[in-house]
Design a protein around this ligand. Structure first.
Ligand code: SF4
Length: 435
């Protein structure tokens, strides 16, 4: 039986290598200027070719994102770039703009186009429309239920469906949002979103009497939403002269800050619904994130096909990553208020932190070079995490670059050397518990 594809974000070459080493079947990367993560500068038109060759040598797939909604001035440069990208022979191109998709398919009839989630495909008639146009895969919008996906697959079985299982979510339908554009002149649909939905907003009122304002306010309830009472507004902390009328409840004013998606427990349901590719978000996240998300989902997918029951250790490994806390999304119900993090706007590490990336093991002296990410001290208990195993060790010694034995090393400092009993292999991390 062909397994569902595990598709992981690759913001640069290193993330790509780690994603594959830790179990990804495919990665996606962005073409600078035309992808929706222009902050992701890891790939250039020159080194993307190298990434494609590397991927194909492993027998895996790479898809390239060119998924902006283009304004007139970008049409020509987009098509010029597309011509170059097609020659590189990626396994698919992720696109959104209907006009550009139409032209691309006329110019390159065999081009494999994956319709970006940004196109917000929410029903089977749209799936059929894109299939008839020649699109090979639909990257489903995150706001669909399993029932809706099942129906799409039943109505249009001859098109691939890809679904997000992990990573950040927009508070709006992906990218159908002008908050960042409005506040910061950076357009989500041009790849420059500043995540303004997650900023901290402060509540204020502008009537002469607080009592008068409060008396207009009805008790808060999601089901029975009331418009903001006259007088209340929020201000973004750096835009003190702009006032946005709003309603606050007891949790505070992180009004639009979606939790991150984590649907690892729904893998069997998504496969049964007809999904053939499970995708994680996060091209701008770390190498460690790419590796650990690949690892957890790889194990969960393999367990499913081996008829093993869900191993909650995979979920714990995802919980240990930095996140805005998790929601399982819309697949089984509308998450409503449980989909939002009202407490803060940042990702935080819950239980563990990565302390280092293992670089080179010297089999002659038994020391491994470590790129330090967070403070590590002699006598710390740390876990070595490889694609295959986790092993707890005690740090017996730390030697700095000058060959001097030190008590501790700090994140961002020069690489250090620690002794290990065995070679952990080319791809391994050190992680420690947050106490
Ligand atoms: S501001 Fe928030 S909701 Fe809007 S596109 Fe950016 S991440 Fe999505």
């Amino acid at each position: 039986m062909k397994k569902v594809e595990l598709l992981i974000p690759a913001g640069d070459f290193e993330k790509l290598r780690y994603a594959f080493a830790f179990g990804a079947d495919a990665v996606y990367a962005g073409i600078p200027l035309f992808s929706l993560r222009t902050r992701e500068i890891g790939f250039t038109p020159d080194n993307i070719n190298e990434a494609i060759e590397y991927t194909h040598k492993l027998g895996k797939n790479i898809y390239l994102a060119m998924n902006i909604y283009a304004h007139n001035m970008k049409v020509k440069p987009f098509l010029n770039e597309l011509e170059k990208v097609v020659k590189m022979k990626p396994d698919g191109i992720i696109m959104t703009d209907p006009g550009l998709i139409n032209i691309a398919l006329k110019k390159f009839p065999n081009l494999v186009i994956h319709l970006s989630t940004q196109a917000n495909t929410t029903n089977w008639t749209s799936v059929k429309f894109w299939r008839d146009l020649g699109v090979k895969r639909i990257i489903l919008t995150r706001e669909l239920s399993l029932k809706e996906i099942t129906e799409m697959h039943e109505q249009v079985p001859d098109i691939e469906l890809e679904a997000f299982v992990h990573g950040s979510i927009c508070i709006a339908y992906s990218g159908r949002c002008l908050i960042s554009n409005y506040l910061n002149h950076r357009d989500a649909n041009q790849g420059t979103c500043t995540n303004s939905c997650r900023w901290e907003y402060k509540l204020g009122y502008d009537k002469g009497s607080l009592l008068e304002v409060e008396n207009q306010q009805k008790p808060y309830s999601v089901e029975n939403y009331m418009p903001p009472p006259e007088g209340f507004y929020v201000k973004e902390q750096k835009r003190v002269n702009d006032k946005f009328p709003i309603l606050e409840n007891e949790f505070g004013t992180y009004l639009m800050n979606s939790k991150d998606l984590c649907s690892i427990e729904l893998i069997p349901n998504l496969i049964k619904a007809g999904v053939i590719s499970l995708k994680a978000e996060g091209r701008t996240k770390s190498v460690y994130y790419a590796a650990m998300v690949s690892r957890a989902y790889r194990k969960a997918i393999d367990d499913y096909y081996d008829n093993k029951k869900f191993d909650s250790e995979n979920l714990r490994d995802l919980m240990a990553l930095s996140s805005r806390t998790y929601t399982s999304g819309f697949y089984t119900r509308n998450p409503r208020q449980y989909g939002e993090n009202f407490e803060d706007g940042y990702s935080t590490s819950a239980t563990h932190k990565v302390v280092g990336i293992i670089r080179n093991f010297n089999s002659q002296n038994g020391f491994t070079e470590v790129e330090v990410k967070n403070r590590i001290s002699v006598n710390d208990e740390v876990e070595i995490i490889t694609p295959e195993e986790k092993k707890l060790i005690k740090v017996k010694e730390i030697i700095n670059k000058k060959g001097v034995s030190v008590e501790a090393a700090h994140g961002g400092a020069d690489n250090v050397f620690i002794p290990l009993e065995t070679d952990p292999g080319e791809f391994a991390f050190l992680r420690s518990e947050i106490k």
